[in-house]
Design a binder for this molecule. Structure first.
Ligand SMILES: Nc1ncnc2c1ncn2[C@@H]1O[C@H](COP(=O)(O)OP(=O)(O)OP(=O)(O)O)[C@@H](O)[C@H]1O
Ligand SMILES: [Mg+2]
Length: 323
């Protein structure tokens, strides 16, 4: 657990960036800090690994005050991912990821083998290993950044707007991978974003900050949506609230027709987006609205049915009736 104990940060000559923040961030979960620009998100994050020191108050990891710990040792246990990946431009992708394990005493060969495994984990094929960062797309660079942060297998990961520099489609893919990876790894993750949608989608716990580094509310996404503490939070989480709540419902009980059903006539199956029973109702709604329908992929990896736009709308109407 990471504890913020009455933490204050006032920059020299500046205003208060973080104002008496007390929080507990659970181990093995993702906590997302969200709020408008300048509300103290990055400052809060960087105080965890001591890149910034608090003016007063304490930050503890598993009960140990970070200010009393050796900085190098502390940071070894804390991965750090930033917006533009922050890769070494003159090193290959493989060496970018292998550098940390080598610093930790692994042989070059062991480090490179581990790095290849990590690249695969974040969804990068081995052929990317020999490229340089400039030869990758923004989304691919971001994946390398995540692989590199994971290389030391740190129990804690800090991520500052890791997905904000890529376009919405790529971001959607990175989100899915993030959730899949985190399900496997169960790291203690602290992420910063200014996108409330991203916070709600990725966070087990969401911390909403407001201007001046004040805590507005902390809770699970569902708690924030259901019981916003005040006007500010209501306004912040309120936009598209109905649509957003679809993120919490499963696509598993959607009505699915056979691919050859007459109701699906006119839809070009190959051009439709796909989903599985593990996806959210939100995803299928997005797909069906933009494409006219969505194709379900079964456990064997092949298409096993179709949800038409019409069936989806009926399902949503029925769901609304139930709530
Ligand atoms: N080194 C610094 N010296 C003085 N003031 C600073 C410094 N770094 C940040 N600040 C101020 O502290 C406040 C919080 O900054 P911070 O970077 O934590 O915000 P943020 O929430 O991450 O914003 P953004 O969403 O724009 O990244 C801002 O008002 C900022 O101008
Ligand atoms: Mg910031």
């Amino acid at each position: 657990m990471i504890t913020f104990d009455d933490v204050v940060k006032v920059y020299p000559g500046g205003s208060t960036a973080v104002d008496h923040l007390s929080l507990e961030l659970p181990t093995g979960k993702t906590t997302v800090f969200v709020g408008p620009s300048g509300c103290g998100k990055t400052t809060s994050l960087r105080m965890i690994n001591r890149m910034i020191s608090p003016t007063s108050g304490r930050i503890l990891i598993d009960g140990q005050d970070v200010s009393g710990q050796d900085e190098a040792l502390l940071r070894r246990g804390i991965g750090y991912v930033i917006q533009h990946a922050g890769l070494f431009p003159h090193r290959t992708v493989l060496d970018n990821v292998a550098t940390v394990p080598m610093l930790l005493g692994k042989s070059r060969r062991q480090a490179r083998t581990a790095a290849l495994g990590l690249l695969e984990r974040v969804g990068l094929a081995p052929e990317f290993a020999t490229r340089y960062p400039a030869q990758l797309s923004g989304g691919q660079q971001q994946r390398v950044g995540v692989a590199r942060a994971l290389a030391a297998d740190p129990p804690v990961m800090l991520m500052d707007e890791p997905f904000s520099a890529v376009d919405p489609v790529v971001r959607e893919g990175l989100h899915r991978e993030f959730l899949r990876l985190q399900k496997d790894l169960g790291k203690t993750i602290v992420m910063v974003t200014h996108d409330i949608d991203e916070a709600i989608k990725l966070g087990d716990v969401v911390v909403i900050l407001r201007q001046g580094g004040h805590l507005a509310q902390v809770g699970t996404p569902q708690e924030l949506l259901d019981n916003p503490a005040d006007e500010f939070v209501a306004e912040f989480v309120g936009r598209d609230r109905g649509l957003r709540s679809l993120s919490f419902d499963s696509a598993a009980d959607l009505p699915v027709r056979p691919l050859t059903d007459p109701a699906a006539a006119g839809l070009v199956i190959d051009e439709l987006g796909t989903f599985t029973v593990d996806d959210s109702l939100r995803l299928v709604t997005d797909l069906a609205i933009t494409g006219g329908g969505a194709v379900r992929i079964g456990p064997d990896g092949t298409a096993d049915g179709i949800v038409t736009h019409h069936d989806l709308v009926d399902h949503l109407a029925e769901r609304r009736g139930r709530k």
